[in-house]
Design a protein around this ligand. Structure first.
Ligand SMILES: Cc1cc2nc3c(=O)[nH]c(=O)nc-3n(C[C@H](O)[C@H](O)[C@H](O)COP(=O)(O)OP(=O)(O)OC[C@H]3O[C@@H](n4cnc5c(N)ncnc54)[C@H](O)[C@@H]3O)c2cc1C
Length: 414
């Protein structure tokens, strides 16, 4: 039995649901296949206490609010799952859960064949919505024989999951900074390896950072600033939302170290870049304040001044005199949490659609190599906002319009 559909959407996270809404709007028959459950990654690949990085008024699709939350609250990960379940039901998305696409191949004469855990599908077009963050990446640095628990931030749930002892958190983007904070507050001794990062203010002059990103046109940036490809961003909605300042984490008892560079004979080695990274993070923070101030002045806005936002606490000893290597056993470190990001995992895609680095080769979500193949939800798919909740929805709108325009051409080729 082969099931035929005009457009197959692979993945039932926010991107797959947004795509379904817009395909319905433009009248394209489609089916969404999700290997597990709606918004699965929010259910099983994120820690228990995670809340959205943006407030409820912002981190949502336009057509549905978090009606039980104040607009400035940060929804829990479970609330986000419920939001997408409700949304998919409300738009009656043709979504089938528990169906994994195991191979996507070209069909003779055009279109695609998808082999799945529930049989074969044929489609004229396919939208890949399998996520911006597909496969946890752990650098091959500390061997398993080191006798430590090593997990990725995607596998971290809560402090009780870890063996007794101190914890080394590598990576100080939003995940690493929040996990280190949670562990320190749970009474753990924590070391945090801080590489190059941006750390924008959570809020300034009465407006949340995500509001400023919009006002300053930064959500719409078309490409990363060259040279910032490895700069992560540290923001937090935890405990009602707060600015991440690594000096505050040090004041909690966390020992900050520089970028993790290597492991030899039971010792972790760090770059001598901690101060420089903290300074660059501060410069990024201050640049947001400067741009916001200039915007307020230019628009003649009556936003309250916030001079205290420019006052930093003094550098802690771990920053002025940074540790360059640590004997893991001597420090009692029993766990390393690698908050080191994600890669792509397109092993199921049997198409010439990826570049030499295994990344989709596309232009604004339209495959540059395979006619009828589309991508949605990837970082910087069209703009900075593309991998975020509302940004994926906006890209889905554009992609569906584009596909509706392409329909004639595809059908003519069938
Ligand atoms: C820790 C963390 C916190 C984040 N917090 C926020 C936030 O607060 N606000 C925000 O806007 N963004 C946030 N993001 C970014 C982004 O919104 C999320 O990554 C989001 O999950 C992306 O949604 P998606 O639908 O594009 O992909 P995913 O959620 O990854 O969904 C892809 C789906 O595809 C399915 N799938 C994969 N392969 C197959 C296959 N072969 N066959 C069938 N199904 C398949 C998966 O099971 C999954 O359900 C966060 C990301 C992370 C990692």
């Amino acid at each position: 039995m082969v099931e035929k559909v005009d457009t197959l959407v692979i993945g039932g996270g926010q991107a797959g649901i947004a795509m379904s809404e817009h395909l319905s709007r433009v009248g394209i028959p489609h089916l969404v296949l999700e290997r597990h459950r709606i918004a699965e990654r929010w259910r099983t690949e994120r820690w228990d206490n995670l809340v959205a990085n943006g407030p409820a008024w912002h981190d949502r699709f336009p057509g549905q609010t978090f009606d039980d939350l104040p607009p400035d609250a940060f929804p829990s990960k479970d609330r986000i799952v419920r939001y997408f379940e409700d949304y998919a039901a409300r738009i009656a998305a043709p979504l089938r859960c528990g169906v994994e696409v195991t191979a996507l191949r070209p069909r003779d004469g055009g279109g695609f064949v998808a082999d799945t855990s529930a049989g074969r599908f044929e489609a004229a077009r396919v939208v890949c919505a399998t996520g911006p963050f597909q496969k946890p990446l752990i650098p091959a640095m500390v061997p398993e024989t080191a006798g430590l628990m090593q997990i990725h931030s995607a596998g971290y749930r809560n402090p009780a999951q870890l063996p007794d002892g101190a914890v080394m958190v590598v990576g100080a983007g939003s995940s690493g900074a929040q996990i280190a904070d949670e562990l320190a507050r749970a009474g753990r001794r924590v070391f945090l390896s801080v590489g190059p990062h941006d750390r924008p203010p959570r809020a300034y002059r009465g407006k949340d950072f995500v509001w400023w990103l919009g006002a300053l046109g930064k959500w719409d940036a078309r490409a990363r600033t060259p040279g910032t490809e490895h700069v992560t961003i540290a923001v937090s909605g935890a405990r009602g939302g707060h600015t991440v300042d690594f000096r505050d984490l040090a004041a909690l008892g966390i020992t900050l170290v520089g970028r993790t560079e290597g492991h030899e004979a039971g010792r972790l080695r760090f770059a001598a870049d901690l101060q420089a990274n903290i300074r660059a993070g501060d410069a990024n923070y201050l640049s947001v304040l400067d741009e916001a101030d200039a915007y307020v002045a230019a628009q003649g806005l009556d936003f309250p001044a916030e001079p205290q936002a420019r006052v930093f606490p003094p550098d802690p000893a771990c920053v002025t005199d940074p540790v360059l290597s640590l004997d893991l056993a001597a420090e009692g470190i029993t766990t390393i949490i690698w908050a080191t990001g994600y890669g792509f995992d397109y092993g199921w895609m049997k198409l010439d659609a990826l570049d030499a680095q295994g990344r989709p080769d596309h232009r604004e979500g339209v495959s540059s190599r395979v006619p009828g193949l589309y991508f949605l939800g990837l970082p910087w798919l069209t703009r900075r906002s593309s991998a975020f909740i509302w940004g994926a929805w906006r890209d889905a709108a554009d992609l569906a319009d584009r596909m509706a325009g392409d329909s004639g051409a595809v059908r003519a080729a069938e």
